[in-house]
Design a protein around this ligand. Structure first.
Ligand code: ATP
Length: 355
């Protein structure tokens, strides 16, 4: 396992006249040894580009990639000792499941006893025992992808394992199971893992640390809890959570935010930089719908079982609220924000509140 450092990485696929021409704008990041990381962002934000730079499929236009301090920027993939799992299964149809899993080890001359031990462990943990002797050709796409995951994790001494949207072809019911199996395998084997996805649930359940990207830039690196409670940028608040964080442009006056003609109490005093466009971010879980606060014109109520998601207009802005079990929308609804759930932003970046 290795610590992977990205040092001032930039990448462009064509000529560069401005910063916008870079698929990766400027990236400094350390993937610590043995960590489970997710790389999360919308389509086109640069996730695959970054993964390919780590694996060596792509040489960055600028900057360096270091494995445990050693510069590997110019090394080809085969010299980097990386295991990769892709969106679609990579298996040998004519081999059995067990032979497929053993292949990466056999290929590297690992002793037979060690191969057997490792392969049986993977078969056990991925629940593949009943299929071990079957030829891969006879299996469903789900099972073939499970084998690909197993092949990615079977080697002991890899610098890192890179997963590029590995659950795309997996049936939604099986995704939960596979995610927890992957987590268990990570705990047991301790590989450095980088898991690319645009699916927030996948990222948040898999990773200890999530790296959120948009437009070729990293906007936050944090635990799932950080991303929920303290989104560093309004994009993170909006992109993560379902529905995402409500963002409302406000004027700030010490411990108050002024929205239209209404006042909203903040969790403490804030001093935004002069001239910055200020806003507050409030997750739907912290919006109370009842008889207090500003008038809230409800436009839609989605009953999702235990909770209700209420959409409406507050001072001209769309706001979503999550109502707890058993609560209902009153005849003349008003909405208020619980202060502990309010974050304050200046030009879309979070600023500290003196609590
Ligand atoms: P997705 O989730 O859709 O795979 P992504 O986050 O992995 O997206 P990348 O595939 O890394 O994003 O693409 C980042 C940007 O670089 C996009 O604007 C994309 O159009 C561009 N790009 C990617 N590959 C190439 C290429 N080979 N040639 C030119 N532009 C490319």
């Amino acid at each position: 396992m290795a610590e992977i450092t990205l040092d001032h990485i930039r990448h462009a696929y064509g000529p560069t006249k401005s910063r916008d021409d870079y698929a990766l704008k400027e990236l400094d990041h350390v993937w610590t040894d043995g960590g489970a990381f997710a790389l999360l962002g919308p389509s086109g934000c640069g996730k695959t580009t970054l993964l390919n730079i780590i694996s060596g499929l792509l040489t960055p236009s600028e900057g360096r990639v270091l494995f445990d301090g050693r510069d590997v920027t110019m090394l080809p993939p085969e010299a980097r000792n990386i295991a990769q799992v892709f969106q679609f299964p990579v298996v040998y149809d004519t081999m059995t499941v067990a032979e497929n899993l053993a292949f990466p080890l056999k290929n590297r001359g690992v002793p037979k006893a060690k191969i057997n031990e490792r392969v049986s462990r993977i078969i056990d943990m991925l629940g593949l025992a009943e299929h071990a002797g079957k030829r891969a050709a006879s299996l469903t796409a789900d099972l073939k992808q499970k084998i690909s995951l197993g092949r990615g994790m079977v080697r002991e001494n890899v610098a890192a394992i890179l997963f590029d949207e590995p659950l795309t072809v997996i049936d939604p019911h099986l995704k939960w199971q596979l995610r927890s199996q992957l987590k268990t395998l990570h705990r047991e084997f301790g590989h450095t893992m980088v898991y690319v996805t645009h699916d927030q649930t996948e990222a948040l359940t898999f990773a200890d640390k999530v790296v959120v990207m948009t437009g070729g830039e990293v906007v936050q690196v944090g635990t799932p809890q950080d991303l929920f409670e303290r989104p560093a940028h309004t994009f993170v608040g909006y992109f993560i959570g379902s529905p995402g964080m409500n963002v409302l442009p406000v004027a700030i006056d010490g411990e108050k935010a002024i929205l239209d003609s209404g006042e909203i109490r903040l969790p403490g005093a804030v001093t935004p930089p002069p001239g910055a466009a200020t806003s507050i971010g409030v997750r739907p879980e912290f919006v109370a719908v009842g008889d207090e606060g500003l008038p809230f014109a409800v436009t839609r109520v989605d009953d999702i079982g235990r909770e209700k998601i209420v959409h409406g207009i507050l001072a001209g802005h769309h706001v979503a609220a999550i109502l707890p079990e058993g609560a209902n929308v009153p005849a003349h609804p008003r909405a208020s924000f619980r202060p502990e759930g309010i974050n304050v932003y200046a030009d879309d970046w979070r600023i500290e509140v003196a609590r």
